[in-house]
Design a protein around this ligand. Structure first.
Ligand SMILES: *Cc1c(COP(=O)(O)O)cnc(C)c1O
Length: 401
C-alpha cells in the first residue's frame, strides 16, 4: 500500500490502527492456487486464527477458500461468514470430546490429534468421517516456540503409534477420510517439507477410504528486507508431481489440502502507531509510540522482527532508534533499528501485521484494542470500531460496598 494512503487512514480513523490490504490477500491466495495448479483437486483452508475479523473471513470465502479452525468459536464465526460446513476443517488440540461432538453435528470435517479422543469419538460415532493429525517428527522450523513437529510436541499422533492407531480404527469400525500434518510455522527448506510429505504418504497408504491429504502449513513469508520466503512455486511443482504419483498408485484422485494463515494475510497488514515522544537516555534514543505489547506481542513473545517504516518522513535521513510502547512493562518493538528520522507525531508503520497481531491483542493496562480497516476497491472500510470505556466494563460485575 502507498505511504500516503496509510497516512490518510491514520488521520481519518486515528491511531493505533490495523490496516489490511484486501488486494494483497487476494494475490497471495492466487499465488497458492497457481503454484498447485498441477493437482486435480486442491483445497486451500485459510487458517482463521491468523486473522478472524468477520469481514476478512467473508472476503476470503468470496475468493473461494475453505477454512481451517481450531476452536468451536472459530467454526461458528466461519459459518456466520458463509463457509459451508463441508468446507471447514476443525483441528483442535486438547479440547473436550463434547466440543468435538458438537462441531461434528454441524457437519464440519473433524480432525483428531490424540489416540484417546480418537477412541472415545470413534466408539460413539463410528459413522462420522474423521481426519487424523499425524506428527511425523520433522523439525520444519528453526524456532522452537513455533515448531510443533518435534518429539516432545503436544500436537498430533506420533508416527510411531500407527499400529495402535490402526487397531483403534479397526476396533471401532470408524471411517478415516483424511490424513493431516502441520509441522510448524516456519518451513525454511522445501526438502524438509517434501521429506515430511513422504512420511505422510507412507501413512496414507494404510487407509483405504481417504478423500484428502492435508499438508498443513508453515509457509514462510519475509518479515524484514532480505528475509527468505518459502518458494511456493517450486514447492507447488515438486509436491504436485509427487502427489499425483501417489494418487495413481492409490487408485483414486484425492484432494490436496493446505491450511495457510500467515502466507495469506501476514503481508497484507500494517500496524500504524503514532510517536508520542522521543526519549534519550545515556545510551539509547527511544521512539515511544501509542501502543505496546498489548496490541502487538510478537516481538516480545517470539522475538519477531517487524519491519518499521516512518511513513511521515519517507525521505528523511536514517538514524538509530529503539522503538518502544507505552505499557508499564518492557514492551520493546525494535532494538537499535535504522529508521528515517523520527519526530513527535510521526506515524510509524509496522509491516507484516496481518497474521497473529490483532488476534493476540489484549486490554492490558486497560488500553483499548486498536480499530481495524480493510482497504478494498481503493477505499478504506472500517471493520472494527475502536473500543470505549464501556467495552472495558462489559461482563464485569460491579459490586457496591
Ligand atoms: C496455526 C495453524 C495453521 C496456520 O499456520 P501458518 O503458519 O499461519 O500458516 C495451520 N494449521 C494448523 C492446524 C494450525 O494450528
Amino acid at each position: 500500500m502507498k505511504e500516503s494512503t496509510l497516512l490518510q487512514i491514520a488521520e481519518d480513523y486515528g491511531s493505533p490502527i490495523y490496516v489490511y490490504d484486501a488486494h494483497k490477500i487476494e494475490s497471495q491466495y492466487n499465488r497458492l492456487t497457481t503454484a498447485f495448479s498441477g493437482v486435480k483437486k486442491l483445497k486451500i483452508h485459510y487458517a482463521a486464527k491468523a486473522l478472524t475479523n468477520i469481514s476478512v473471513l467473508k472476503f476470503v470465502s468470496k475468493l473461494g477458500a475453505a477454512l481451517d479452525t481450531v476452536s468451536i468459536q472459530e467454526v461458528q464465526l466461519g459459518l456466520k461468514a458463509g463457509f459451508a460446513p463441508k468446507n471447514i476443517i476443525y483441528t483442535p488440540n486438547g479440547v473436550s470430546l463434547k466440543e468435538i461432538e458438537t462441531v461434528a453435528e454441524l457437519g464440519v470435517q473433524i480432525n483428531i490429534d490424540s489416540l484417546d479422543l480418537l477412541e472415545q469419538f470413534g466408539s460413539k460415532h463410528p459413522e462420522t468421517p474423521v481426519c487424523i493429525r499425524i506428527n511425523p517428527h520433522v523439525m520444519a522450523g528453526g524456532n522452537t516456540n513455533i515448531s510443533v513437529g518435534h518429539i516432545d510436541s503436544k500436537f498430533g499422533i506420533s508416527i510411531h503409534q500407527i499400529p495402535l492407531l490402526l487397531r483403534i480404527v479397526e476396533n471401532t469400525g470408524m471411517n478415516i477420510n483424511g490424513i493431516h500434518m502441520h509441522t510448524g510455522s516456519d518451513i525454511l527448506d522445501i526438502d524438509v517439507f517434501l521429506y515430511a510429505s513422504e512420511i505422510l504418504f507412507e501413512t496414507a497408504k494404510k487407509f483405504k477410504n481417504l478423500t484428502f491429504i492435508d499438508f498443513g502449513s508453515g509457509f514462510k513469508v519475509p518479515y524484514k528486507p532480505n528475509d527468505i520466503e518459502t518458494n511456493i512455486e517450486e514447492l507447488g511443482e515438486k509436491l504436485a508431481e509427487r502427489f499425483n504419483t501417489f494418487c495413481e498408485n492409490y487408485g483414486k484422485a484425492l484432494t490436496l489440502a493446505f491450511e495457510p494463515g500467515k502466507f495469506i494475510v501476514s503481508q497484507s497488514g500494517y500496524f500504524l502507531t503514532k510517536v508520542n515522544a522521543i526519549k534519550q537516555t545515556t545510551s539509547t534514543v527511544f521512539a515511544q509510540v501509542d501502543s505496546g505489547f498489548n496490541h502487538l506481542i510478537r516481538p516480545m513473545l517470539y522475538g519477531a522482527q517487524h519491519h518499521i517504516e516512518n511513513i511521515s518522513n519517507p525521505n528523511g535521513k536514517e538514524r538509530f532508534y529503539s522503538v518502544v510502547g507505552y505499557i508499564c512493562e518492557t514492551d520493546t518493538f525494535a532494538n537499535n533499528r535504522r529508521i528515517k528520522e523520527i519526530a513527535e507525531g510521526d506515524i510509524l508503520a509496522f509491516h507484516n501485521a496481518g497474521a497473529y497481531c490483532f488476534m493476540m491483542s489484549s486490554n492490558y493496562n486497560s488500553r483499548y484494542r486498536p480499530a481495524e480497516v480493510l482497504w478494498y476497491n481503493d477505499k478504506a472500510h472500517l471493520i472494527r470500531n475502536r473500543e470505549t470505556l464501556e467495552d472495558l466494563l462489559t461482563n464485569q460485575v460491579e459490586l457496591e460496598f
